[in-house]
Write a protein of this length. Structure first.
Length: 261
């Protein structure tokens, strides 16, 4: 019987060629994008203190129509710390800032000092994120008269800034409440604005719902302006909330809110 021939591989063919070592280039790490940044929805970043912390984020799903927006609510107890979220601004179509009372009430900042801390950085953030619309929801009045005076000064400063920065808008939550019967005397039918929790700062469920419902309307108006779309029929005749003493200044400025952003 003939034995089959077996050919052994040569040393050259049996040697596995190792690929040359590859050294990655020196470069900074890639920024970590929030999960929603790569999603199919537009993003609302809602930064709030304890006054509006119980706001359900799903109410903002109607902004812009067609289920376009999703809201990410994050706690920020001091307005001075809002820039800790700077990395998220570029991924957010709308940034709502609803805080500031703690800075004035608990941490000893005068309104002018707080403005000096906030406004230069705020202007830089708006300039660096021109595709984002920033909304400041005014600080609400409390049961403390001295604090209300400080709040009025700071709100006015922020309103004046909104007339000069194109993608920064002042939403007057105080006017929302003041123009509603909820600001009248308490009764069996009116729970009032301030919650009876002892600190004179927090508001009732009804007051919070009134403010946030109107905020949704305001953001819808801004979204339509950003995207060049028609405003929903339900908002025809709806007025942007602004206290009476601000309207004259606003009208003289020639600014149009719906064209912001």
């Amino acid at each position: 019987h003939l034995k089959p021939e077996i050919t052994l591989p040569s040393d050259e063919s049996s040697t596995v060629q190792e690929p040359p070592p590859s050294t990655p280039p020196i470069k900074p790490p890639e920024p970590i994008k929030p999960r929603i940044a790569s999603g199919s929805h537009r993003r609302i970043l809602f930064l709030t203190d304890s006054v509006l912390k119980h706001t359900p984020s799903h109410i903002f799903n109607s902004v812009g129509g067609n289920n376009q927006y999703r809201c990410v609510l994050k706690m920020n107890y001091e307005l001075a710390n809002v820039f800790n979220f700077d990395a998220e601004f570029k991924y957010s179509d709308i940034v709502v800032i609803s805080c500031g009372v703690n800075d004035l009430a608990r941490y000893g900042k005068r309104p002018e000092v707080l403005a000096d801390l906030i406004i230069p950085r705020l202007k830089r953030c708006c300039a660096a994120n021109k595709n984002s619309t920033f909304v400041f929801s005014s600080i609400l009045h409390t049961s403390h008269s001295w604090l209300n005076k400080e709040i009025d000064v700071f709100n006015r400063i922020m309103f004046d800034v909104s007339l000069k920065v194109n993608n920064f808008v002042f939403f007057d939550s105080h006017s929302v409440l003041l123009s509603n019967p909820i600001s009248g005397p308490r009764s069996a039918r009116n729970v009032g604005v301030l919650a009876r929790d002892g600190d004179g700062v927090h508001i009732t469920f009804d007051a919070r719902k009134l403010v946030t419902d109107q905020l949704v309307n305001g953001l819808h108006l801004l979204a339509c302006g950003r995207e060049g779309r028609q405003v929903a029929d339900r908002l025809h005749g709806w007025s942007w909330p602004l206290r009476r003493e601000y309207w004259d200044t606003f009208n003289r400025s020639g600014t149009s809110i719906i064209k912001r952003g």
